[in-house]
Design a protein around this ligand. Structure first.
Ligand code: FE2
Ligand code: FE2
Length: 340
């Protein structure tokens, strides 16, 4: 017989833990499909350090092309490099709200993947433009334009982060996930297009792998939404419609061109942005033409429309892409949630 202490009158019940809290520990599983996706994410893990970096030689590019590539990755980083922090926060939230175990684990896996994606930005920039995105001194007008644009871009990234951190606890799962789903749809669209467009072995390998991760992230979001969408209230539906417009406005910066309505940018930003994007394009990065970008983005948005309309959610008007829908006006930074 073990030498136990049994109090007279029975054990004392432990105090109830005030919620939200990550305790008590438990691992309940409701959605087996998510558990399977998490397993797949572990098997498909890759290491950005193992990409054939020796094949990325700065001498293969003109200085302007190197600047263009650095600029493109600096723009990408506005989205992809926020991923780890955005999903780390969402992961903590999922623990505190005691979401089922596979939801928490899938969030963690997205955090892990996004760290790889931001490492790709970091490594490419370090190789081609040491000091980039911002810790270098421009030596001519083109370089000054690039440096200044990146500063403005990150000013908006900072607004997104402030909005996100105050909004993430406020929104319910369906709202949050519709926004994440948009980001993942955008990301998988972007990298599918670019991996077919680039001829460079490092970028081709990089975009293929990132694209595969993004497609898995999209699958995670869709699986969670299939659980969450039935039983939406009208109020939540209306909120999601606004979120879809917010996602379009935010993500268009990397998918296509930044529309009016959120971005605080100086009047010369867009023109210089397009010049720099064109340099990246000429360098063989796989940046699609503006027309192809718009077409891909339109197809992706139409896909999202088909998905959400099945659940009675109205789609916002996207006049920029000739997509009809409900008019949504001004977008607050706090409404911008999506992440790559
Ligand atoms: Fe992603
Ligand atoms: Fe990503």
């Amino acid at each position: 017989m073990a030498d136990l202490t049994i109090p007279e009158g029975g054990f004392w019940p432990a105090p109830e833990i005030p919620q939200p809290n990550i305790y008590p520990m438990e691992w309940h599983v409701e959605t087996e499909k998510l558990a399977a996706i998490y397993e797949k994410s572990k098997r498909e893990l890759w290491n950005p350090a193992d990409l054939p970096w020796d094949g990325l030689d700065p001498a293969d590019f003109t200085r302007e092309q190197r600047l263009g590539i650095m600029y493109w990755f600096a723009v990408l980083a506005n989205f992809d490099a926020s991923g780890p922090a955005v999903f780390a926060r969402a992961t903590i939230q999922a623990f505190e709200k005691h979401e089922e175990d596979p939801v928490r684990k899938c969030f963690f896996s997205i955090t892990r993947d996004e760290m790889n994606h931001e490492e790709c930005c970091q490594r490419t920039i370090a190789k081609l433009w040491p000091g980039g995105p911002l810790d270098w001194t421009p030596s001519d007008d083109l370089e000054s334009a690039a440096h200044n644009n990146i500063g403005w871009l990150y000013h908006n990234g900072g607004r997104y982060w402030n909005g996100y951190t105050s909004a993430v606890g406020k929104y319910s799962l369906p709202v949050l996930f519709t926004s994440f789903m948009m980001g993942e749809m955008a990301a998988s669209t972007l990298f599918r297009g670019m991996s077919s467009g680039t001829k460079h072995p490092v970028f081709s390998e990089m975009f293929k792998r990132i694209g595969r991760d993004e497609a898995r992230h999209l699958q995670i979001c869709m699986t969670i939404l299939e659980n969450e969408w039935p039983g939406l209230t009208d109020e939540t539906r209306a909120l999601i419609t606004r979120q879809l417009r917010a996602g379009f406005v935010f993500l268009s910066m990397i998918l296509w061109e930044p529309p009016e309505g959120f971005w605080e940018l100086p009047p010369y930003f867009l023109k210089n942005h397009l010049v720099l994007m064109d340099l990246a394009r000429q360098a063989g990065l796989g940046v699609l033409s503006s027309k192809e970008q718009a077409q891909n983005w339109r197809v992706a948005m139409a896909h999202i429309r088909a998905i959400v309309e099945r659940w009675g959610i109205a789609f916002p008007a996207i006049p920029e892409l000739n997509l009809e829908g409900v008019h949504v006006d001004f977008i607050d930074p706090e409404e911008i949630i999506p992440v790559f």
